[in-house]
Write a protein that binds this ligand. Structure first.
Ligand code: 5GP
Length: 188
């Protein structure tokens, strides 16, 4: 059986990668045979999220046991919580011929690029830093100090864009998802 591919969508906080990933799945999941890699996280579940669909919500102890057992392809600490990509899920689904999509932040993304040079990686860029600031403000979930810290972090994260296979600018989320779909159609 033909093996599937490992696909990664990453980019700075607030760039809209979660939304773009959801559009990609809503519209092109079947066409591209995509499977979402459900991460483990130690953060609390938000209203509307479903355990085992959006994330596997686990305790610090559970997460640390997975680190010890080498169960993660990558993991990272992000705003006070752990996030990690379970390795066996990815390997099993790729072996079955599916294309597995990771949607993760940049620190973990760089680990994936080092460990899996075959990854098809997309770095989503904001149209400008100003626009990123607007998006973080309009999301309305953080105060201005947190937003400024995230912006500083985002500027540093943007320097990693060069290591990704493709850079895609998110001017319009539907168009951004379509651009990723078009690239995937030519390389899968
Ligand atoms: P949120 O808490 O808003 O769902 O996610 C916070 C950040 O963690 C987002 O940038 C998201 O892409 C990233 N993230 C989600 N899962 C993982 C993972 O398994 N590993 C890493 N490194 N980042 C992740």
């Amino acid at each position: 059986m033909k093996k599937g591919h490992l696909i990664m969508i990453s980019g700075p906080s607030g760039v809209g990668k979660g939304t773009v990933r959801k559009i990609l799945f809503d519209q092109y999941q079947e066409e591209l045979d995509l499977v979402f890699s459900i991460s483990k996280t130690t953060r609390d579940r938000r209203p509307g999220e479903v355990d085992g669909v959006d994330y596997h919500y686990v305790s610090d102890q559970d997460f640390e046991a997975s680190i010890k057992d080498n169960d993660f392809l990558e993991y990272a600490g992000y705003v006070g919580h752990y996030y990690g990509t379970p390795l066996s899920f990815i390997n099993d689904h790729i072996a079955q011929g599916h294309n597995v999509v990771l949607e993760i932040e940049v620190q973990g993304g760089m680990q994936v690029i080092e460990k899996r040079p075959d990854v098809i990686s997309f770095f989503i860029l904001p149209p400008s830093i100003e626009e990123l600031k607007n998006r973080l403000i309009h999301r309305g979930t953080e105060d201005i100090e947190v937003i400024n810290n995230r912006l500083k972090k985002a500027e540093e994260e943007l320097t990693y864009a060069q290591y990704y296979t493709y850079n895609v600018v998110n001017v319009d989320r539907e168009a951004c998802a379509e651009e990723i779909k078009n690239i995937l159609k030519t390389v899968l």
